[in-house]
Ligand binder design. Structure first.
Ligand SMILES: [Cu+2]
Length: 109
């Protein structure tokens, strides 16, 4: 009987520990956006001040993530680039070389 109960007890303990890990206060996150065949994926992201966005360029072309009147991140072929989000707001961005590439970042406080 005990032999059958103990494994279940261990499973429940593991589940509780897993839940506890989720309750730890939110840390700054890195949000990944992949660029593949001239598309940002996901195109729409939500983030918070302090988070970073990392664009991973899988294309053999240079891209950018360029906020109109704001930041620009250069993304060489097969390379990645990062941007720290330090103000809240709602930002559209494009690739300077391929204006049909469009993305949006909503940054909450
Ligand atoms: Cu581009």
């Amino acid at each position: 009987m005990n032999a059958a109960v103990n494994p279940l007890g261990s499973a429940i303990l593991a589940l509780l520990l897993g839940t506890a890990a989720l309750v730890v206060p939110a840390q700054a996150e890195t949000i990944e956006v992949t660029i593949d065949r001239l598309v940002y994926a996901p195109a729409e992201i939500e983030a918070k001040v302090g988070d970073e966005i990392e664009w991973i360029n899988k294309d053999a072309l240079v891209h950018t993530a360029t906020v109109k009147g704001g930041a620009e991140v250069l993304l060489p072929a097969k390379k990645s680039g990062r941007l720290l989000l330090n103000e809240p707001g709602s930002f559209d961005y494009v690739c300077r070389y391929h204006p049909n590439m469009k993305g949006h970042i909503a940054v909450g406080p």
